[in-house]
Design a protein around this ligand. Structure first.
Ligand code: ADP
Ligand code: MG
Length: 380
Protein backbone atom coordinates (compact mmCIF):
# COMPACT_ATOMS: atom_id res chain seq x y z
CA UNK A 1 0.00 0.00 0.00
CA UNK A 2 1.34 3.45 -0.86
CA UNK A 3 1.54 6.21 1.75
CA UNK A 4 -1.21 8.03 -0.15
CA UNK A 5 -3.55 5.05 0.27
CA UNK A 6 -2.70 4.74 3.97
CA UNK A 7 -3.34 8.44 4.54
CA UNK A 8 -6.40 9.02 2.35
CA UNK A 9 -7.88 5.53 2.00
CA UNK A 10 -8.06 5.66 -1.80
CA UNK A 11 -5.64 5.33 -4.71
CA UNK A 12 -4.03 8.43 -6.29
CA UNK A 13 -4.92 9.28 -9.87
CA UNK A 14 -1.32 10.09 -10.69
CA UNK A 15 2.12 11.06 -9.43
CA UNK A 16 4.05 14.21 -10.39
CA UNK A 17 7.54 15.52 -9.54
CA UNK A 18 9.10 18.98 -9.53
CA UNK A 19 12.76 19.72 -8.78
CA UNK A 20 14.62 22.11 -6.56
CA UNK A 21 17.18 24.29 -8.31
CA UNK A 22 20.58 25.79 -7.93
CA UNK A 23 21.44 29.11 -9.51
CA UNK A 24 24.64 29.08 -11.56
CA UNK A 25 24.82 32.87 -11.89
CA UNK A 26 22.46 35.86 -11.69
CA UNK A 27 21.75 36.40 -7.98
CA UNK A 28 19.10 38.83 -6.72
CA UNK A 29 18.65 40.03 -10.30
CA UNK A 30 15.18 38.49 -10.71
CA UNK A 31 13.39 41.29 -8.86
CA UNK A 32 15.38 43.86 -10.84
CA UNK A 33 14.06 42.71 -14.25
CA UNK A 34 17.50 41.15 -14.83
CA UNK A 35 19.08 37.90 -16.00
CA UNK A 36 19.28 34.57 -14.17
CA UNK A 37 20.72 31.18 -15.04
CA UNK A 38 19.56 28.37 -12.77
CA UNK A 39 19.40 24.65 -13.43
CA UNK A 40 17.20 21.94 -11.93
CA UNK A 41 18.56 19.54 -9.34
CA UNK A 42 17.94 15.79 -9.36
CA UNK A 43 16.23 16.34 -5.99
CA UNK A 44 12.46 16.54 -6.35
CA UNK A 45 9.24 16.99 -4.48
CA UNK A 46 6.83 14.25 -5.50
CA UNK A 47 3.06 14.65 -5.23
CA UNK A 48 0.51 11.83 -5.38
CA UNK A 49 -2.85 13.35 -6.17
CA UNK A 50 -6.53 12.46 -6.49
CA UNK A 51 -9.30 14.89 -7.28
CA UNK A 52 -12.22 15.42 -4.89
CA UNK A 53 -15.63 16.79 -5.82
CA UNK A 54 -16.65 18.28 -2.45
CA UNK A 55 -14.61 21.53 -2.50
CA UNK A 56 -12.03 20.29 0.01
CA UNK A 57 -8.25 20.47 -0.30
CA UNK A 58 -6.57 17.89 1.93
CA UNK A 59 -2.76 17.90 2.00
CA UNK A 60 -0.30 15.66 3.78
CA UNK A 61 3.50 15.73 3.77
CA UNK A 62 5.87 12.94 4.65
CA UNK A 63 8.35 15.67 5.56
CA UNK A 64 6.19 17.53 8.06
CA UNK A 65 4.64 16.41 11.34
CA UNK A 66 0.98 17.05 12.04
CA UNK A 67 -0.95 14.79 9.68
CA UNK A 68 -3.54 15.91 7.16
CA UNK A 69 -4.30 19.62 6.76
CA UNK A 70 -7.86 20.11 5.52
CA UNK A 71 -8.97 23.37 3.90
CA UNK A 72 -12.13 24.50 2.09
CA UNK A 73 -11.41 25.87 -1.39
CA UNK A 74 -13.89 28.72 -0.97
CA UNK A 75 -12.24 29.80 2.29
CA UNK A 76 -8.73 30.20 0.88
CA UNK A 77 -7.65 33.82 1.31
CA UNK A 78 -4.22 35.49 1.42
CA UNK A 79 -3.02 36.19 4.92
CA UNK A 80 -4.30 32.93 6.44
CA UNK A 81 -1.53 31.02 8.15
CA UNK A 82 -1.85 27.37 7.37
CA UNK A 83 1.83 26.60 8.03
CA UNK A 84 3.50 24.62 5.25
CA UNK A 85 0.05 23.99 3.73
CA UNK A 86 -0.04 27.67 2.75
CA UNK A 87 2.16 26.81 -0.25
CA UNK A 88 -0.23 24.30 -1.89
CA UNK A 89 -3.23 26.31 -0.67
CA UNK A 90 -1.74 29.40 -2.30
CA UNK A 91 -1.36 27.55 -5.60
CA UNK A 92 -5.00 26.44 -5.51
CA UNK A 93 -6.02 30.01 -4.63
CA UNK A 94 -3.93 31.46 -7.50
CA UNK A 95 -5.36 28.95 -10.01
CA UNK A 96 -8.91 29.80 -8.94
CA UNK A 97 -8.13 33.53 -9.04
CA UNK A 98 -6.95 33.05 -12.63
CA UNK A 99 -10.39 31.64 -13.45
CA UNK A 100 -9.66 27.92 -13.36
CA UNK A 101 -12.36 25.68 -11.96
CA UNK A 102 -11.11 23.28 -9.30
CA UNK A 103 -13.23 20.87 -7.29
CA UNK A 104 -10.88 19.80 -4.52
CA UNK A 105 -8.01 17.35 -4.13
CA UNK A 106 -6.17 14.98 -1.83
CA UNK A 107 -2.39 15.40 -2.11
CA UNK A 108 0.48 13.58 -0.44
CA UNK A 109 4.01 15.01 -0.77
CA UNK A 110 7.44 13.39 -0.34
CA UNK A 111 10.59 15.39 -1.02
CA UNK A 112 14.33 14.95 -1.38
CA UNK A 113 14.88 18.72 -1.74
CA UNK A 114 16.52 20.05 1.43
CA UNK A 115 14.23 22.71 2.94
CA UNK A 116 15.48 26.17 3.79
CA UNK A 117 18.86 25.47 2.15
CA UNK A 118 18.46 27.97 -0.67
CA UNK A 119 17.61 25.14 -3.09
CA UNK A 120 13.96 26.13 -3.53
CA UNK A 121 11.97 23.45 -1.83
CA UNK A 122 9.14 26.01 -1.73
CA UNK A 123 9.06 26.38 -5.52
CA UNK A 124 9.24 22.59 -5.97
CA UNK A 125 6.22 22.25 -3.68
CA UNK A 126 4.27 24.93 -5.55
CA UNK A 127 5.13 23.79 -9.05
CA UNK A 128 4.40 20.11 -8.43
CA UNK A 129 1.00 21.12 -7.07
CA UNK A 130 0.22 23.37 -10.04
CA UNK A 131 1.34 20.80 -12.62
CA UNK A 132 -0.68 17.99 -11.05
CA UNK A 133 -3.87 20.06 -10.87
CA UNK A 134 -3.24 21.41 -14.38
CA UNK A 135 -2.96 17.89 -15.78
CA UNK A 136 -5.84 16.37 -13.80
CA UNK A 137 -8.25 19.19 -14.67
CA UNK A 138 -6.95 19.75 -18.21
CA UNK A 139 -6.39 23.43 -17.49
CA UNK A 140 -3.92 23.97 -20.35
CA UNK A 141 -1.64 26.33 -18.41
CA UNK A 142 1.75 26.71 -20.13
CA UNK A 143 4.92 26.32 -18.05
CA UNK A 144 5.95 30.02 -17.88
CA UNK A 145 2.40 30.99 -16.87
CA UNK A 146 2.42 28.19 -14.30
CA UNK A 147 5.60 29.66 -12.81
CA UNK A 148 3.92 33.07 -12.58
CA UNK A 149 0.89 31.57 -10.81
CA UNK A 150 3.19 29.83 -8.33
CA UNK A 151 5.13 33.04 -7.73
CA UNK A 152 1.82 34.78 -7.05
CA UNK A 153 0.95 32.04 -4.57
CA UNK A 154 4.22 32.59 -2.72
CA UNK A 155 4.16 36.42 -2.90
CA UNK A 156 0.52 37.08 -2.15
CA UNK A 157 -0.79 34.03 -0.33
CA UNK A 158 2.26 32.90 1.65
CA UNK A 159 3.56 36.47 1.88
CA UNK A 160 7.17 35.87 0.78
CA UNK A 161 8.35 38.54 -1.71
CA UNK A 162 10.37 36.25 -4.01
CA UNK A 163 11.24 36.87 -7.66
CA UNK A 164 10.29 34.58 -10.54
CA UNK A 165 13.51 32.56 -10.84
CA UNK A 166 12.76 29.64 -8.54
CA UNK A 167 9.37 28.75 -9.95
CA UNK A 168 10.57 29.21 -13.53
CA UNK A 169 13.52 26.90 -12.90
CA UNK A 170 11.37 24.18 -11.38
CA UNK A 171 8.74 24.43 -14.13
CA UNK A 172 10.90 25.03 -17.22
CA UNK A 173 14.38 23.50 -16.82
CA UNK A 174 15.46 20.57 -18.95
CA UNK A 175 18.08 17.88 -18.26
CA UNK A 176 21.59 18.72 -19.42
CA UNK A 177 20.92 22.45 -19.59
CA UNK A 178 21.06 25.59 -17.53
CA UNK A 179 18.13 27.90 -18.19
CA UNK A 180 18.85 31.49 -19.14
CA UNK A 181 15.87 33.70 -18.31
CA UNK A 182 15.42 37.37 -19.01
CA UNK A 183 13.05 38.11 -16.15
CA UNK A 184 11.80 41.30 -17.78
CA UNK A 185 10.01 39.67 -20.70
CA UNK A 186 10.22 36.05 -19.53
CA UNK A 187 12.17 34.96 -22.61
CA UNK A 188 14.20 31.81 -22.08
CA UNK A 189 17.07 29.91 -23.59
CA UNK A 190 18.17 26.38 -22.72
CA UNK A 191 21.99 26.51 -22.53
CA UNK A 192 23.72 23.09 -22.80
CA UNK A 193 25.73 22.32 -19.65
CA UNK A 194 27.35 18.91 -19.45
CA UNK A 195 30.13 19.40 -16.94
CA UNK A 196 30.86 15.70 -16.48
CA UNK A 197 31.64 15.29 -20.19
CA UNK A 198 34.20 18.08 -19.86
CA UNK A 199 35.82 16.57 -16.76
CA UNK A 200 34.27 18.96 -14.25
CA UNK A 201 31.78 18.87 -11.40
CA UNK A 202 29.61 21.48 -9.78
CA UNK A 203 29.44 20.88 -6.04
CA UNK A 204 26.63 22.24 -3.89
CA UNK A 205 27.68 22.87 -0.31
CA UNK A 206 24.74 23.31 2.04
CA UNK A 207 26.14 25.11 5.08
CA UNK A 208 23.06 24.05 7.10
CA UNK A 209 22.92 27.50 8.64
CA UNK A 210 20.23 30.10 8.10
CA UNK A 211 20.78 33.30 10.02
CA UNK A 212 17.70 34.75 11.63
CA UNK A 213 17.75 38.11 9.85
CA UNK A 214 17.73 36.59 6.34
CA UNK A 215 14.06 37.35 5.52
CA UNK A 216 14.16 40.95 6.72
CA UNK A 217 17.44 41.58 4.92
CA UNK A 218 15.99 40.25 1.66
CA UNK A 219 13.12 42.73 1.89
CA UNK A 220 15.60 45.48 2.75
CA UNK A 221 17.84 44.74 -0.25
CA UNK A 222 14.82 44.61 -2.49
CA UNK A 223 13.58 47.98 -1.27
CA UNK A 224 17.11 49.39 -1.66
CA UNK A 225 17.26 48.24 -5.29
CA UNK A 226 13.91 49.88 -5.98
CA UNK A 227 15.10 53.09 -4.33
CA UNK A 228 18.27 53.01 -6.46
CA UNK A 229 16.27 52.57 -9.67
CA UNK A 230 13.91 55.40 -8.68
CA UNK A 231 16.86 57.71 -7.91
CA UNK A 232 18.31 56.93 -11.34
CA UNK A 233 14.98 57.48 -13.06
CA UNK A 234 14.72 53.97 -14.55
CA UNK A 235 11.96 51.35 -14.15
CA UNK A 236 14.46 48.79 -12.80
CA UNK A 237 18.22 48.45 -12.25
CA UNK A 238 18.23 46.20 -15.30
CA UNK A 239 18.02 49.39 -17.32
CA UNK A 240 21.49 50.57 -16.24
CA UNK A 241 23.88 49.13 -18.86
CA UNK A 242 27.27 47.82 -17.73
CA UNK A 243 29.09 50.63 -19.53
CA UNK A 244 26.82 53.16 -17.85
CA UNK A 245 27.62 51.96 -14.33
CA UNK A 246 30.30 54.53 -13.47
CA UNK A 247 28.06 57.40 -14.56
CA UNK A 248 25.12 55.99 -12.58
CA UNK A 249 27.26 55.69 -9.43
CA UNK A 250 28.49 59.29 -9.86
CA UNK A 251 24.92 60.46 -10.14
CA UNK A 252 23.93 58.64 -6.96
CA UNK A 253 26.94 60.10 -5.11
CA UNK A 254 26.02 63.58 -6.27
CA UNK A 255 22.46 62.96 -5.11
CA UNK A 256 23.80 62.26 -1.62
CA UNK A 257 22.94 58.54 -1.62
CA UNK A 258 25.01 56.46 0.73
CA UNK A 259 27.46 53.70 -0.09
CA UNK A 260 25.00 50.93 0.71
CA UNK A 261 22.70 51.95 -2.15
CA UNK A 262 25.69 52.33 -4.46
CA UNK A 263 26.75 48.79 -3.55
CA UNK A 264 23.32 47.36 -4.40
CA UNK A 265 23.34 49.11 -7.78
CA UNK A 266 26.92 48.00 -8.50
CA UNK A 267 26.06 44.38 -7.71
CA UNK A 268 22.94 44.21 -9.88
CA UNK A 269 24.58 45.88 -12.88
CA UNK A 270 27.76 43.79 -12.70
CA UNK A 271 25.79 40.60 -11.98
CA UNK A 272 23.68 41.00 -15.12
CA UNK A 273 26.95 41.46 -16.99
CA UNK A 274 28.34 38.29 -15.40
CA UNK A 275 25.35 36.29 -16.64
CA UNK A 276 26.10 37.50 -20.16
CA UNK A 277 29.78 36.63 -19.70
CA UNK A 278 28.92 33.10 -18.56
CA UNK A 279 26.68 32.54 -21.57
CA UNK A 280 29.37 33.82 -23.93
CA UNK A 281 31.96 31.56 -22.33
CA UNK A 282 29.69 28.51 -22.48
CA UNK A 283 28.80 29.26 -26.10
CA UNK A 284 32.51 29.53 -26.88
CA UNK A 285 33.24 26.18 -25.21
CA UNK A 286 35.33 27.91 -22.52
CA UNK A 287 33.52 26.28 -19.60
CA UNK A 288 36.51 26.35 -17.22
CA UNK A 289 36.68 30.12 -17.50
CA UNK A 290 33.27 30.59 -15.91
CA UNK A 291 34.93 29.73 -12.59
CA UNK A 292 36.51 33.16 -12.27
CA UNK A 293 33.17 34.80 -13.07
CA UNK A 294 31.47 32.78 -10.31
CA UNK A 295 34.07 33.91 -7.79
CA UNK A 296 33.72 37.54 -8.92
CA UNK A 297 29.98 37.11 -8.32
CA UNK A 298 30.68 35.98 -4.78
CA UNK A 299 32.91 38.97 -4.06
CA UNK A 300 30.14 41.24 -5.34
CA UNK A 301 27.49 39.56 -3.16
CA UNK A 302 29.83 39.74 -0.17
CA UNK A 303 31.15 43.29 -0.51
CA UNK A 304 28.56 45.19 -2.55
CA UNK A 305 25.25 43.43 -1.88
CA UNK A 306 26.46 42.40 1.59
CA UNK A 307 24.41 39.23 2.01
CA UNK A 308 27.14 36.64 2.55
CA UNK A 309 28.11 35.31 5.97
CA UNK A 310 31.13 33.70 7.60
CA UNK A 311 30.04 30.15 6.68
CA UNK A 312 29.49 30.94 2.98
CA UNK A 313 32.78 32.85 2.81
CA UNK A 314 34.51 29.89 4.43
CA UNK A 315 33.22 27.53 1.72
CA UNK A 316 34.28 29.86 -1.10
CA UNK A 317 37.68 30.76 0.32
CA UNK A 318 38.53 27.18 1.28
CA UNK A 319 37.39 25.78 -2.07
CA UNK A 320 39.35 28.36 -4.05
CA UNK A 321 42.44 27.85 -1.88
CA UNK A 322 42.14 24.09 -2.53
CA UNK A 323 42.17 24.34 -6.31
CA UNK A 324 38.54 25.03 -7.27
CA UNK A 325 37.96 26.74 -10.62
CA UNK A 326 35.61 29.14 -8.85
CA UNK A 327 32.94 29.31 -6.16
CA UNK A 328 30.16 31.52 -4.92
CA UNK A 329 27.28 31.68 -2.51
CA UNK A 330 23.92 31.01 -4.16
CA UNK A 331 20.36 31.84 -3.17
CA UNK A 332 19.05 34.45 -0.78
CA UNK A 333 22.13 34.75 1.40
CA UNK A 334 22.99 34.72 5.14
CA UNK A 335 23.30 30.94 5.03
CA UNK A 336 21.97 28.27 2.71
CA UNK A 337 24.25 26.93 0.01
CA UNK A 338 27.34 27.75 -2.01
CA UNK A 339 28.40 26.26 -5.33
CA UNK A 340 31.91 25.17 -6.28
CA UNK A 341 33.11 24.49 -9.82
CA UNK A 342 35.90 21.92 -9.74
CA UNK A 343 37.88 19.60 -11.96
CA UNK A 344 36.35 16.17 -11.42
CA UNK A 345 39.58 14.75 -10.04
CA UNK A 346 39.94 17.64 -7.56
CA UNK A 347 36.36 17.52 -6.24
CA UNK A 348 37.08 15.04 -3.48
CA UNK A 349 40.08 16.94 -2.14
CA UNK A 350 38.12 20.21 -2.17
CA UNK A 351 35.18 18.59 -0.38
CA UNK A 352 37.51 17.25 2.31
CA UNK A 353 39.13 20.66 2.72
CA UNK A 354 35.74 22.36 3.18
CA UNK A 355 34.53 19.73 5.63
CA UNK A 356 37.78 20.05 7.64
CA UNK A 357 37.56 23.84 7.64
CA UNK A 358 34.01 23.64 9.05
CA UNK A 359 35.14 21.18 11.73
CA UNK A 360 38.08 23.41 12.64
CA UNK A 361 35.72 26.38 12.97
CA UNK A 362 33.44 24.38 15.28
CA UNK A 363 30.61 24.36 12.71
CA UNK A 364 28.14 21.62 11.87
CA UNK A 365 29.33 19.40 9.00
CA UNK A 366 28.07 20.82 5.69
CA UNK A 367 26.14 18.65 3.25
CA UNK A 368 28.02 18.37 -0.07
CA UNK A 369 26.71 16.86 -3.29
CA UNK A 370 27.36 17.03 -7.02
CA UNK A 371 24.63 18.89 -8.90
CA UNK A 372 23.79 17.49 -12.34
CA UNK A 373 21.47 19.65 -14.49
CA UNK A 374 18.23 17.67 -14.35
CA UNK A 375 14.69 17.69 -15.71
CA UNK A 376 12.03 20.21 -14.76
CA UNK A 377 8.56 19.33 -13.44
CA UNK A 378 6.94 16.25 -14.98
CA UNK A 379 4.41 13.46 -14.54
CA UNK A 380 6.10 10.27 -13.34
P1 ADP B 1 13.69 27.01 0.33
O1 ADP B 1 12.70 27.27 -0.75
O2 ADP B 1 15.00 27.67 0.10
O3 ADP B 1 13.86 25.55 0.63
P2 ADP B 1 11.72 28.41 1.88
O4 ADP B 1 11.76 28.99 3.24
O5 ADP B 1 11.40 29.28 0.74
O6 ADP B 1 13.12 27.67 1.67
O7 ADP B 1 10.66 27.22 1.85
C1 ADP B 1 10.70 26.19 2.82
C2 ADP B 1 9.31 25.91 3.34
O8 ADP B 1 8.52 25.30 2.28
C3 ADP B 1 9.27 24.92 4.47
O9 ADP B 1 9.47 25.56 5.71
C4 ADP B 1 7.87 24.34 4.34
O10 ADP B 1 6.91 25.23 4.90
C5 ADP B 1 7.67 24.33 2.84
N1 ADP B 1 8.04 23.02 2.28
C6 ADP B 1 9.04 22.76 1.42
N2 ADP B 1 9.08 21.44 1.09
C7 ADP B 1 8.08 20.84 1.76
C8 ADP B 1 7.58 19.49 1.84
N3 ADP B 1 8.15 18.49 1.16
N4 ADP B 1 6.51 19.26 2.62
C9 ADP B 1 5.93 20.27 3.32
N5 ADP B 1 6.35 21.54 3.28
C10 ADP B 1 7.41 21.85 2.52
MG1 MG C 1 11.94 29.22 -1.27
Amino acid sequence: MTVFEKVFGTAPEGVWAAPGRVNLIGEHTDYNDGFVMPFALPHTTVASVARRDDGLLRVHSGDMPGGIVELRLDELTPGRDDGWASYPAGVVWALREAGHRLTGADIHYESTVPTGAGLSSSAALEVVTALALNDLHGLGVERPAMALLCQRAENVYVGAPTGIMDQTASACCTAGHALFVDTRDGSQRQVPLDLAAEGMRLLVVDTRVKHAHSDGSYAERRAGCEAGAAALGVPALRDIPFDGLAAALDRLRQGGHDESILGLVRHIVTENHRVEQVIELLDAGRTRDIGAVLTAGHVSLRDDFRISCAELDLVVDTANASGALGARMTGGGFGGSAIVLAESDAAEKITEAVVSAFAAAGLQEPRVFTAVPSAGARKV
